[in-house]
Write a protein of this length. Structure first.
Length: 210
C-alpha cells in the first residue's frame, strides 16, 4: 500500500535534524542566505538568538557548548559572515568545544558567476574543524547535518562546518523515514580503571672497578 511522502524545503530539513538532536537555540546574525533555515527553525520551535556580529554568534555557540556539554550551533551568512566567525571556530578547536557552524553559500547553479558574497569557505575553514562540507543536494541535508552534529559530539570534541547553497535550502526533498540515532554521550560509558601503583625501577649500577 502506497504511503504519502512529505516534502519540505531544505531549511526545514536542517531544523528538523537539529531539533531531533535536542538543539533549542540557534545563534546568528540575520542574512539572506539563511532565511529558509530561519523559517525551518520557527516551524520546529528552535529559538533564533539574533546578535549584532557573526563573531558574537559563533562565540555564543561555543559558550553554550561549554555550559551545557551539548553542541552549540550558530548560522553565519555567506562570505564575510563566515570569515567573521573564524576566531570563534579557532577557539572551539583549541578548547575542544563541540560546536556546529552552519554557513550560507551562494547558489550552486550560479557558482562562478559572481553571486552575492560568493566564497568557497571549505578550504580555509577545514584546518580548524573536524569536518567541513558543502551540501550538494537538498536530499542529503539531513544526513549531512546529522554527521556534523555527531562528529562534533564525538571525543575529542571540536567544531564542524557545513555550508548550504542558497538553491539547495530553498528546494524541497522528502523528510527522512526515521529520526537520527542519539548523539554520543561518553559520560554515560563505563568509568576508567583506577590507576595502578607502579614501583620505580631499581638501580642496577655495577662497580666501576676503580
Amino acid at each position: 500500500m502506497a504511503t504519502d511522502t512529505t516534502h519540505v524545503h531544505g531549511g526545514r530539513l536542517v531544523a528538523q535534524t537539529l531539533k531531533a538532536h535536542g538543539v533549542s537555540k540557534l545563534f546568528t546574525l540575520s542574512g539572506g542566505h539563511l532565511f529558509s533555515i530561519y523559517d525551518g527553525c520557527r516551524e520546529e520551535g528552535i529559538d533564533l538568538v539574533d546578535v549584532r556580529h557573526e563573531q558574537t554568534a559563533a562565540f555564543a555557540a561555543e559558550g553554550w557548548s561549554k555550559v551545557t556539554r551539548e553542541p552549540g550551533v550558530c548560522a553565519l551568512t555567506a562570505g564575510p559572515g563566515v570569515t567573521n566567525g573564524m576566531s570563534a571556530i579557532a577557539s572551539a578547536s583549541q578548547n575542544n568545544s563541540p560546536m556546529f557552524v552552519l554557513g550560507g553559500r551562494a547558489p550552486a547553479f550560479r557558482w562562478g558567476q559572481g553571486s552575492l558574497q560568493e566564497i568557497d569557505h571549505v578550504p580555509f575553514v577545514r584546518p580548524l574543524v573536524k569536518m567541513a562540507a558543502t551540501a550538494e543536494s537538498t536530499a542529503e541535508i539531513p544526513s549531512l547535518v546529522d554527521e556534523a552534529m555527531r562528529t562534533a559530539a564525538t571525543p575529542r570534541y571540536g567544531p564542524t562546518f557545513v555550508d548550504f547553497p542558497l538553491d539547495q535550502v530553498f528546494m524541497e526533498a522528502p523528510t527522512p523515514d526515521s529520526p537520527p540515532r542519539p548523539l554520543p554521550q561518553p559520560w554515560d560509558g563505563p568509568a576508567a580503571e583506577a590507576a595502578r601503583s607502579i614501583a620505580p625501577p631499581r638501580c642496577s649500577a655495577t662497580p666501576s672497578g676503580r
